[in-house]
Design a protein around this ligand. Structure first.
Ligand SMILES: Cc1ncc(COP(=O)(O)O)c(C=O)c1O
Length: 489
């Protein structure tokens, strides 16, 4: 087999060509039984690909045929010993990583700015998080990665930890010294799990930051769908054997995965891997060229700043992915969310995310000069439109302290709880998550002590129109906290 082969996709095409009579699910039977409008819009071929794990098509839960071959090619392409395909996004792969190495009471070293799937896995497994503070950027108002020094300190204090989890690169494209972190963790025989949701492409171009497998990490959960050209929800879990067991990972993956795995998603992983392995370097270099050109043009616009290599050099900003355009709008006197809305309404541009101070735009092989010219034109117009506010609005970056953890997330999640007004909740222990999505990084996780400062930060995000999510009361007027039991008189 070569990287030009697509055993899974080709196997499906051969099966479809044989045109078998289908007496199995999905009940729409290649589209014959589906809503005709939908069928007309999406086309017949995609419905024919919507198959299920009948014997000739292998089974993701126990691969031995075309899925196994496709996973083996992916492992070769990503420099892994084994690759598992996920139809439940990188969230599913992250939960598998954590639950493969942690059980109840086990410690796991994690940055506090982890994605909610890490915290969900911590609640499900009963693991105890040992938080490492990420480096906070006071200019941009965002968190970067963690440093080897911080990991070293955490391991000295917790040599019995079962894993170190690293986000690399971050959503904003900033990388930590991953190899340094892996080397330190391995001296303690502790496996390193990498949330590589935003880094599938970095493996295929030596000029981009080191990928998890290149840095010697033990597992990585990698979103092929985000930047690697497969369909939404399709991701992979790469692993190197040694400190983690392949059979354990396979069985946890299977426990967390639907039995009705989408072959459209699986086939898209197979073809995306082929493209990355055979053309990835050329495509990514051209993408980087386009992004760098755009970055320079944005930096020529008054009041806007597009982050580049000058950000590097701190212990947590070791490298960066130039295909991510972090555009700071705070000197324009507006929030990132204001800019996002304005670009939508005036230019029909949808950005990847906005926060209080920035917007993030991603550039991929799907872009050409035409779209990037439009982005630059729109940003010039944005700057001209709001220039009168520049310097007149308070742009002090507000980033609250990370709250203290009073209970394990699992104990808090399952405790006796009550609802109290958010505004009166300072000092109480929260029993639910609060986060802004995207990027899905928790402001609070269950078990933390609520502070006035964090309430103000939540309120500031709500006022700015940012999507604060998580609490059962989605108006955020009340919040779920651990019940305080009064002493019996
Ligand atoms: C840092 C990070 N990790 C994990 C995920 C989860 O990925 P997925 O949406 O594929 O489940 C995301 C999603 O945005 C993310 O930003």
């Amino acid at each position: 087999m070569s990287q030009y082969d697509t055993p899974l996709y080709t196997g499906l095409l051969l099966h479809i060509k044989r045109n078998p009579f289908q007496f199995h699910i999905p009940g729409h039977k290649s589209g014959s039984g589906i809503d005709p409008d939908f069928r007309r819009f999406v086309g017949d071929n995609v419905l024919k690909l919507d198959l299920i794990n009948i014997e000739p098509l292998d089974d993701l839960h126990q691969p031995h045929g075309i899925i196994k071959k496709a996973q083996e090619l992916a492992a070769e392409a990503f420099g892994a010993d084994y690759t598992f395909f996920s139809v439940q996004g990188t969230s599913g792969a992250i939960m598998t990583m954590v639950m493969s190495v942690c059980g109840p009471g086990d410690k796991i070293i994690v940055p506090r700015n982890v994605h909610k799937s890490v915290m969900s896995a911590i609640v499900f497994s009963g693991a105890v998080p040992v938080f490492v503070h990420p480096e906070v950027d006071p200019v941009l108002g965002i968190s970067h990665g963690i440093t080897p020094e911080a990991v070293s300190k955490a391991l000295q204090q917790n040599p019995d930890a079962k894993a170190v989890l690293v986000i690399n690169p971050t959503y904003y494209g900033i990388s930590a010294d991953l190899k340094g972190i892996v080397d330190i963790a391995h001296t303690y025989h502790v496996p390193v799990l990498v949330d590589e949701a935003h880094g599938v492409h970095i493996h295929f171009d030596d000029e981009l930051p080191l990928s998890a497998m290149q840095a010697g990490a033990d597992m990585s959960a990698t979103s092929v769908h985000k930047l690697g050209g497969s369909l939404t929800q399709s991701s992979i879990l790469n692993m190197k054997e040694g400190l983690v067991s392949k059979n354990r990972v396979q069985s946890i993956f299977s426990m967390l995965t639907t039995t009705s795995t989408s072959y459209i998603l699986l086939a898209s992983l197979d073809v995306a891997r082929k493209r990355l392995a055979t053309e990835g370097e050329i495509l990514i270099k051209e993408t980087t060229r386009l992004a760098q050109k755009t970055r320079r043009r944005i930096n020529d616009i008054d009041h806007l700043y597009c982050v580049g290599s000058e950000i590097l050099g701190t212990k947590a900003t070791y490298d960066y992915d130039p295909t991510k355009l972090i555009i700071s709008v705070k000197d324009l006197g507006i929030t990132g969310h204001d800019a996002e809305k304005w670009l939508r309404e005036v230019y029909h541009i949808e950005v990847e995310l906005s926060d209080l101070y920035n917007i993030l735009c991603i550039v991929t092989p799907g872009d050409t000069e035409t779209e990037l010219d439009l982005l630059v034109k729109a940003l010039q117009d944005l700057s001209d439109t709001f220039a009168h506010l520049s310097g007149k609005v308070d742009v002090k970056v507000l980033l609250p302290e990370i709250p203290s953890l009073a209970l394990t997330p699992r104990d808090a999640f399952y405790a006796d709880t009550e609802f109290v007004p958010l505004s009166d909740s300072a000092g109480r222990i929260i029993a639910e998550f609060v986060m802004v999505y995207p990027p899905g990084i928790p402001i609070f996780i269950p078990g933390e002590i609520i502070t006035e400062e964090n309430i103000a930060y939540i309120q500031k995000n709500i006022e700015a129109g940012l999507p604060v999510q998580g609490p059962e009361d989605d108006t955020l007027k009340t919040i779920k906290v651990i019940k305080e039991h009064q002493a019996i008189q």
